[in-house]
Design a protein around this ligand. Structure first.
Ligand code: PNS
Length: 173
């Protein structure tokens, strides 16, 4: 009998969560019965830290997954983590990591991370889903830039995140 993976982790910085992330989490949940979304502290991200605190990013994700109907599938939880992803997966008893791939530009760094994680935890499977073509260009960094400049972000992020971005950047969008 093959030992099917029951529980996967979808990790990321989620600064902030986008509709592209929500799509990946939703698809991970359709592939596996239990999904833990792991929000990395990422204190050293871009050398300057994140725009939103770890607590804010976790809150936004929970709200976004409720708003977008993913929570109602059941089996989805959101937790913060610090330290190595492989250690978090081990603590949670997860057998795999699911990530979304957009363009070729994502591939190199994702392969590097997957190879490193495979060295650190040979039993942990890395699974990639191709991003929904409608969200291929969406990233947290373009969302932050648009929001900072007062541009429209409604088509890129859940409504609850639009509100948080306006509060954070003090713009009307
Ligand atoms: O959304 P991001 O910033 O592309 O996510 C990257 C993340 C958080 C998944 C990655 O940096 C990570 O796994 N960080 C935890 C620390 C770790 O395990 N590092 C070694 C693997 S890169």
């Amino acid at each position: 009998m093959p030992n099917h993976i029951q529980h996967v982790v979808v990790p990321g910085t989620f600064d902030p969560v986008t509709l592209g992330h929500v799509d990946v989490i939703n698809r991970a949940r359709h592939l596996f019965p239990q999904v833990t979304v792991a929000v990395a502290e990422s204190r050293t991200k871009r050398g300057i830290g994140t725009a939103f605190s770890l607590e804010e990013r976790v809150d936004m994700l929970r709200e976004a997954l409720d708003e977008q109907g993913v929570s109602s599938l059941g089996g989805v939880s959101v937790l913060p983590f610090t330290g190595l992803l492989v250690d978090f997966c081990r603590q949670q008893g997860a057998g795999g990591v699911v990530k979304g791939l957009r363009a070729m530009t994502d591939f190199e760094s994702e392969l590097q991370q997957a190879d490193l994680n495979a060295q650190l935890a040979p039993d942990l499977e890395s699974v990639f889903v191709m991003s929904n073509p409608g969200y291929g260009y969406v990233s947290s960094s373009i969302v932050r830039e648009l929001a900072l400049l007062g541009g429209p972000v409604e088509m890129l992020v859940p409504a609850c995140v639009v509100r948080r971005l306006r509060e954070h950047y003090g713009t009307e969008g």
